[in-house]
Design a protein around this ligand. Structure first.
Ligand code: FAD
Length: 334
């Protein structure tokens, strides 16, 4: 392959290609297009239930799949060996991977194996026109500054990105003209000292706000846990879920799975309603890719209004019940 090579380490869960793979493949496509490069997405799995060709409609020039039973459940040791082998063989310039639990565990070990750097949890990625280096932007010093990191010497330049940080591209009807390849892997690389004893699903409080089209979030301005019922009511009418700022979670008004932001989840719903949330950078880091933002705050200078498409300035205890009633009438719900 000619030009700069961008590799995406995709994620497969229980045979299915996770959405973050499409988000990162789309981003890699954008970066590659800015410098005439190519995109390869690697999928390691115990067996694929999805057709990997779908990634050729989402920006990949090539998809590499490796299927082996040892890769069916989280096995960092085998993953690192297989990935290091492929990356050494291919010599990409840039490697993007998801900052999921699995990516966060595998990537530091992979970077150490390849003797290169790794920028974790990037919120922005760009190519520097002058140097051709990857500009890896992420919050630093407690989220108070945005640091842009370069990897000038070692290769590949590696970065992880949390799910929903970038939008997945619309799938084109046409294939890219690329292909799905199944590289030969030396069998000894699948050997591992890791034995998986079982797999238990974590308690997520019944809500995966990352997958919803509407998220109604509340912050310190809600004043007490009972006020979250208003948000639950509004969210239910809109077919969405409830999010919360960190102080609301720390006050135990909502559980941690609902936290949106730098130290919580990144959400990208079509509509994000923020009530009684000031709009600190650490909160914005978790919802900046939302499609349409509605902010309810009594402080006209609240930072949240700077990112809002619709700002409702006033007391949320007055506005939210009226908004809910209005929507109830519109949707004809009892
Ligand atoms: C390393 C680090 C990580 C962090 N991670 C996160 C994170 O993941 N998520 C996160 O949210 N924060 C995070 N924070 C905290 C962040 O800096 C802010 O402190 C937090 O987002 C503020 O939460 P808030 O908006 O609910 O509260 P506040 O900033 O106190 O804002 C409350 C808002 O409610 C409004 N209000 C009050 N009463 C009413 C009313 N009756 N009607 C209408 N409006 C009203 C006020 O005008 C105000 O704007 C992090 C901080 C650090 C240092």
């Amino acid at each position: 392959m000619t030009g700069k090579q961008f590799f995406v380490l995709g994620e497969v869960r229980e045979g299915h290609i996770h959405s973050v793979t499409f988000e990162l493949t789309g981003k890699a496509r954008e970066l590659a297009d800015s410098c005439g490069g190519t995109v390869t997405t690697i999928l390691l799995s115990g067996g694929l239930a999805d057709d990997p060709e779908v990634l050729l409609r989402s920006g990949a020039d090539r998809v590499m799949t490796v299927e082996h039973p040892v890769l069916s459940m989280y096995n960092q040791e085998a993953e690192v060996k297989v990935l290091a082998h492929l990356l050494r063989q291919e010599g990409p310039d840039v490697v993007l991977a998801p900052a999921t639990t699995s990516g966060r565990t595998t990537l530091p070990a992979l970077a150490a194996e390849l003797e290169t750097g790794l920028t974790a949890d990037c919120t922005g990625l760009e190519m520097d026109r002058e140097t051709g280096l990857l500009l890896q932007t992420r919050p630093a010093i407690g989220g108070n500054v945005m640091a842009t990191i370069k990897t000038p010497v070692c290769r590949p330049q590696m970065a992880t990105v949390r799910p929903r940080t970038f939008r997945a591209p619309d799938r084109s009807d046409a294939l890219s003209g690329g292909k799905v390849v199944r590289p030969e892997i030396p069998p000894e690389l699948f050997g591992s000292r890791v034995v998986n004893l079982g797999f238990e699903r974590g308690e997520d409080g019944g809500s995966n706000i990352q997958d919803l089209d509407v998220v109604v979030s509340g912050g310190k301005g809600l004043k007490r846990p009972e006020s979250f019922r208003m948000l639950e009511e509004l969210a239910a009418l809109l077919g969405g879920g409830v999010g919360a700022s960190r102080p609301a979670v720390e006050a135990k008004w909502m559980g941690y799975p609902h936290q949106v932001g730098l130290s919580g989840k990144v959400v990208a719903p079509k509509v994000y309603i923020a009530a009684g949330i000031s709009g600190a950078v650490q909160h914005l880091a978790g919802m900046q890719t939302a499609g349409y933002v509605v902010a309810v705050n009594r402080d006209p200078d609240a930072s949240i209004f700077r990112v809002a498409d619709l700002g409702l300035c006033g007391d949320l205890f007055d506005i939210l019940p009226r908004l809910t009633e209005r929507i109830r009438k519109e949707v004809g719900a009892e």
